[in-house]
Design a binder for this molecule. Structure first.
Ligand code: PGA
Length: 246
C-alpha cells in the first residue's frame, strides 16, 4: 500500500481533488467510484469549487456510488443519492444519465444488485475507486463478519453503522434503515486504482489494523492489501498509530 500523510483534512482533500481533476482532464470518460460520509466532504467541496464555471468538463465522466439505503426514495433527505446531489452532482457538468446509483426502492433488490454489476461492467469497470473506512473497518457496507460478499448485495447494517449515520436521520439511529445495498469486495477490488481516505484519531486503530495487521474478514478494509494499486491518504490523527510514528 502506498501511504500518504497530510497535516490535516484540508491538505488531504486538496491533494485528492487535484489527482481526480487531473485524471478527468487526461481521461474525459473516467469512471469514478464514489463514497459518502463525513470524510469525503472536503474532497467534494474542492471538486465543486475547482469545477465552477465549467472549468472542468464532467460531461463524459461516469460515476458509481458504493452504496445506498434500502427502502429510501432517492430524493429522501437521508439517502446517499440526495447527499451526492447536494455535495457534488448539482454543481458539476456531469450528465444525469452518467450517474450510476443503487436504487433502494427497487421492487426486487437482488435484481437491482445484478443490474448494478452489469452497469459497472458495461462502463468498462471502475478506473478510480475512492473509499472511506468505517471505525469498525467496513468499506461500503461490507461489515466485519465471518464471511464477506463478493458482488453487489443487500447488507444488514450493524447498530454501530446505523449510529454512525444517525446524524442524517434526526440523530435517532433507529430511524436509519437496517438494510442497504452495497458493492461487494470483489466489485471494489476490481477497480483499476483505489484511494482510501481516513481522517481523525477515531480511525487511527482501524487504519493501523488495515495496513499492519493480518488480512481478515473481521476488518474488511484489510483485504485491500491484496490489491496492486492502493493509496491510503491519512491526516495526522488517522495516521498516529502506525508504527514508526511518534
Ligand atoms: P465517515 O464514514 O466518512 O462518515 O467516517 C466512513 C465510512 O463509514 O465508510
Amino acid at each position: 500500500m502506498n501511504i500518504q500523510r497530510f497535516d490535516n483534512d484540508e491538505a488531504l482533500s486538496a491533494a485528492l481533488a487535484t489527482a481526480v481533476l487531473e485524471s478527468i482532464v487526461a481521461t474525459p470518460a473516467l469512471v469514478l467510484g464514489l463514497p459518502t460520509g463525513r470524510t469525503p466532504l472536503g474532497l467534494y467541496r474542492e471538486l465543486r469549487e475547482r469545477s465552477r464555471g465549467n472549468r472542468i468538463d464532467w460531461s463524459e465522466v461516469r460515476t458509481f456510488n458504493l452504496d445506498e439505503f434500502a427502502g429510501l426514495d432517492p430524493s429522501a433527505p437521508g439517502s446517499y443519492r440526495a447527499f451526492m446531489q447536494a455535495e457534488l452532482f448539482d454543481y458539476v457538468s456531469i450528465a444525469p444519465g452518467n450517474i450510476g446509483f443503487l436504487n433502494g426502492m427497487a421492487a426486487d433488490l437482488k435484481a437491482e444488485c445484478r443490474r448494478y454489476e452489469d452497469a459497472i461492467e458495461a462502463a468498462g469497470g471502475i478506473d478510480l475507486q475512492i473509499l472511506g473506512i468505517g471505525a469498525n473497518g467496513h468499506i461500503g457496507f461490507n461489515e466485519p463478519a465471518d464471511g464477506l460478499c463478493a458482488n453487489t448485495h443487500v447488507a444488514t447494517l450493524t447498530e454501530a453503522t446505523r449510529e454512525a449515520n444517525a446524524q442524517r436521520f434526526g440523530g435517532d439511529w433507529r430511524r436509519v434503515p437496517d438494510r442497504a445495498l452495497s458493492m461487494g469486495m470483489s466489485t471494489i477490488l476490481s477497480a483499476r486504482e483505489i484511494v482510501l481516505i481516513a481522517t481523525g484519531g477515531e480511525k487511527a486503530e482501524v487504519v493501523r489494523g488495515m495496513i499492519e495487521g493480518l488480512i481478515t474478514t473481521r476488518l474488511p478494509a484489510s483485504i485491500l492489501q491484496v490489491h496492486h494499486r492502493v493509496t491510503v491518504m491519512l491526516d495526522r490523527g488517522a495516521g498516529r498509530s502506525l508504527s514508526g510514528v511518534d
